[in-house]
Write a protein that binds this ligand. Structure first.
Ligand SMILES: *Cc1c(COP(=O)(O)O)cnc(C)c1O
Length: 230
């Protein structure tokens, strides 16, 4: 399969999972996780109709985003940042993306807000939650997530769209489902708390179906679109 065919099969899988959950396929967007991919490979995906691109590393972003602009001039690409972000790289990232999915501490939120504000913009963000409790994972604790989201939303230059997580790293479907169920509850709680932040960024190649069953509105797909990372 080439990139376009793999992308189409991801769209089909998303639609099937959405319908199985009683949801409209259009209620889930596919973001392509482009880490380590060359601009030429990403351009093929853009030609297949995927214009929502997620970046993991600031250094890659500053190289890839302008290169893609050169390869596909006039195409309106939506760049998001989905990886762990060092505070000192926040301003450079703000210049190139419309949304950051990995806001997990107030120092980062403040840096992003300052950068967005000085550019006269409002930046979309997701609050990253460590729903599985795995030590290797970034994100705020589920118990702290609603209060943290409210604190972030109080910064006028940031717009909280919802919550983001990386599902539990487990071969047990029940364990994976539990991590997404936590997010579904947090999403309800944050809306209940008065924030207009109903989105859920969760689900990757391995677990997009489980994430959609628990309300994911944006899935982040890398290997199933580009092939396994080498
Ligand atoms: C790489 C990555 C993805 C995509 O993972 P795949 O398993 O390749 O689909 C999603 N989210 C984040 C934060 C990533 O780093």
């Amino acid at each position: 399969m080439n990139t376009a065919e793999r992308y189409q099969s991801v769209l089909d899988r998303v639609a099937t999972a959405a319908r199985a959950a009683g949801r409209a396929p259009e209620s889930v967007r596919v973001l392509a996780a482009v880490k380590t991919q060359r601009p030429e490979a990403i351009a093929e995906l853009v030609d297949a109709g995927c214009t929502l691109l997620g970046h993991n590393r600031a250094q890659e972003l500053v190289e890839v985003a302008p290169a893609l602009g050169g390869l596909r001039p006039g195409v309106n690409l939506e760049h998001h940042f989905i990886g762990q972000l060092q505070t000192n790289k926040a301003a450079r990232v703000v210049d190139l993306v419309s949304c950051v999915h990995s806001v997990d501490r107030m120092s980062l939120a403040r840096k992003l807000a300052t950068a967005a504000d000085s550019r006269g913009r409002v930046l979309d963000v997701f609050v990253q939650v460590n729903a599985s409790g795995e030590e290797t994972k970034a994100g705020v604790r589920p118990d702290d997530a609603v209060a943290f989201a409210l604190d972030v939303a109080a910064l006028p230059a940031l717009h909280v769209r919802g919550m983001m997580t990386i599902g539990a790293h487990s071969s047990d479907p029940a364990v994976v489902d539990r991590s997404f169920a936590v997010m579904q509850e947090l999403s309800d709680a944050v809306v209940q708390a008065g924030l207009d932040a109903p989105e859920l960024s969760m689900g990757m190649s391995q677990d997009l179906d489980a994430a959609i069953a628990r309300g994911a509105t944006m899935v982040r797909i890398g290997s199933d679109i580009f092939g396994p990372r080498v």
